[in-house]
Design a protein around this ligand. Sequence first.
Ligand SMILES: Nc1ncnc2c1ncn2[C@@H]1O[C@H](COP(=O)(O)OP(=O)(O)OP(=O)(O)O)[C@@H](O)[C@H]1O
Length: 172
Amino acid sequence: MSSLKSNDVDTNPAPDPQAPITRKGFLMSLNTGTPMPIPEQNLFGRCRPVSEFEKLNRVGEGSYGIVYRARDTRSNEIVALKKVRMDQEKDGLPISGLREIMILKQCHHENIVRLREVVVGKSLDSIFLVMDFWEQDLASVLDNMSQPFTESEVKCITLQVLKALKYLHRAL
Ligand SMILES: Nc1ncnc2c1ncn2[C@@H]1O[C@H](COP(=O)(O)OP(=O)(O)OP(=O)(O)O)[C@@H](O)[C@H]1O
């Protein structure tokens, strides 16, 4: 069993807590308490590197991160790439980001955006969610509506939201 630590223990025995966390850290063995280097092939764990995605343009920003339209260079598909916000985090992935990943991973519903995978950058604080790209969400539909929705449009949208909510309450 091991835990992930940052900074180089040989040259810097008392790591600066303000220093950026890099993926070029070491693994601390919980059995022996000694540091072990991370093998090059395990640097990204089982996640693909974000360098396999070509960022095309920024599409929005929420409370927990910035969202880009991007191209998956392996499949050539257009996806949404959301960088998890790690502003003041010193203890790794924020709980909000972790919750979003755990919940989206369990969800399979036509009215809930699909989380395809999580990909990582070179530094430990760069974590991205790869999701299906949707041209519109309810917020942008509301922002761009030129005239009030008709009664049937309201019913249609409400029904989609209710379906997703009902699914979430049953699934989680
Ligand atoms: N899968 C997606 N496809 C296309 N655009 C997306 C996708 N996900 C998010 N966006 C765009 O990025 C914006 C920010 O999304 P995000 O999920 O981070 O926050 P939010 O849910 O809108 O807001 P908050 O997290 O603050 O409640 C959205 O308003 C939308 O315009």
